[in-house]
Design a binder for this molecule. Structure first.
Ligand code: SAM
Length: 288
């Protein structure tokens, strides 16, 4: 498996750029993001978890700290209240809470939220990321009904030659009526983030389903020679930009936006230290 990191002191989380001038926090869509992302993340999959272990653990902690902020009616809420009151009834069914972990990678969001959900469904366009996700889920003793990922791209424009095959693959009711759809560190890789938000919004329960996005706040453009540079289509997002994307996708209800304590710091050869701040945004799908 190729390792491009030998000549660059950074990784796919940071230090990426197209090296040509689009506006701060915005950039053009290449239209080739799918191929570049699949290739790059297929190469990264086997080393992703070990390479980023500390950061991934921090992100899991940050996500769990914001369980209330995310605002889903979680599966374990009732039972934990009952436990406190000493009247737990084991015969009572757990509330069903289904997560769509989009651009799931090796399953960071699924692992963070598994204790609060009853089903985690991952989708990613990298076969190797999906294989790693499923191997980890199986190693944890989880059944495919509890945690399983699929190879796919739900963000293709209708004009794409693969659009109809992909929509067929994900047309069953198993891929709809989610309580939560989450994208962690995927949004800046997408050709068309507003389209991605609309596509995920459609798969949420009307009136209660929540879209959650974790990504970078606007940041400087960086070294174009980085192997991930072609996978990064957007240089972060402002609160206003994200709120508009949520509203336009019909998931702007009770919009919330918080900056996370995790900061990516990395020294580069040419620019000294780089900092990447991360936000979490949430919004509820409006009732039909
Ligand atoms: C930086 S990783 C983040 C993975 C994981 N969510 C995490 O936080 O660790 C970005 C992921 O987005 C996936 N990806 C990029 N573009 C995608 C698209 N259009 N549809 C689905 N997945 C995509 C990549 O294959 C990669 O696994």
């Amino acid at each position: 498996m190729a390792d491009h990191s030998h000549s660059h002191n950074h990784d796919q989380f940071h230090g990426h750029s197209h090296g040509h001038g689009h506006g701060h926090g915005h950039s053009h869509a290449h239209g080739n993001g799918e191929t570049q992302n699949r290739e790059y993340f297929n190469q990264q999959a086997s080393s992703y978890d070990s390479k980023h272990e500390k950061t991934l653990d921090q992100l899991i902690e940050e996500i769990r700290k914001r369980i209330d902020f995310i605002g889903v009616e979680w599966a374990d809420e009732e039972s934990s209240d009952e436990e406190e009151e000493g009247e737990k009834d084991d015969t009572k069914e757990k509330r069903e809470v289904r997560l769509l972990d989009y651009a799931c990678g090796t399953g960071l969001v699924s692992r963070a939220l598994a204790p609060y959900t009853t089903q985690c469904v991952g989708v990613d366009l990298s076969e190797n990321m999906v294989a790693t996700y499923n191997a980890r889920a199986a190693n944890q003793g989880l059944t495919p009904e509890e945690m399983h990922a699929h190879v796919g791209n739900l963000c293709l424009p209708t004009t794409s030659p693969s659009y109809s095959t992909q929509s067929q693959l994900f047309s069953s009711p198993d891929f709809y009526r989610f309580d939560l759809a989450a994208i962690c560190l995927g949004f800046h890789h997408f050709d068309d983030p507003p389209l991605a938000a609309r596509r995920l919004a459609e798969r949420l329960k009307p009136g209660s389903g929540v879209l959650m996005i974790l990504d970078f706040l606007p940041h400087e453009k960086m070294d174009a020679s980085h192997p991930a540079s072609d996978t990064v289509i957007h240089h972060g997002f402002s609160k206003e930009h994200i709120q508009k994307i949520f509203e336009d996708a019909g998931v702007g209800q009770d919009f919330g936006f918080e900056e996370l304590a995790v900061v990516f710091n990395k020294a580069t050869e040419t620019r000294g230290e780089m900092r990447r701040k991360i936000f979490m945004a949430r919004g509820t799908r409006k009732a039909e």
